[in-house]
Design a protein around this ligand. Structure first.
Ligand code: SF4
Length: 62
């Protein structure tokens, strides 16, 4: 599975980084840095928390 951040949907809340700084990264303005990374099951709690924290639904696993 792949974890991705769709930066076209990102509004720079930095909530993903706040809950999982080891998974997500942000730029100086608080926008998520593009991410395209393989993930294994069980999905890391930080990834799940980041997805739940994003109000723009910019983070997904597919
Ligand atoms: S929580 Fe969502 S909108 Fe906010 S920085 Fe992260 S990806 Fe962007």
């Amino acid at each position: 599975m792949k974890l991705t951040v769709d930066t076209s949907k990102c509004s720079g809340h930095a909530r993903c980084y706040a809950v999982a700084p080891d998974v997500f990264d942000i730029d100086d303005l608080g926008y998520a840095v593009p991410l395209d990374r393989e993930v294994e099951e069980p999905v890391d709690d930080g990834i799940t928390a980041g997805i739940a924290a994003c109000p723009e639904h910019a983070i997904s696993i597919h």
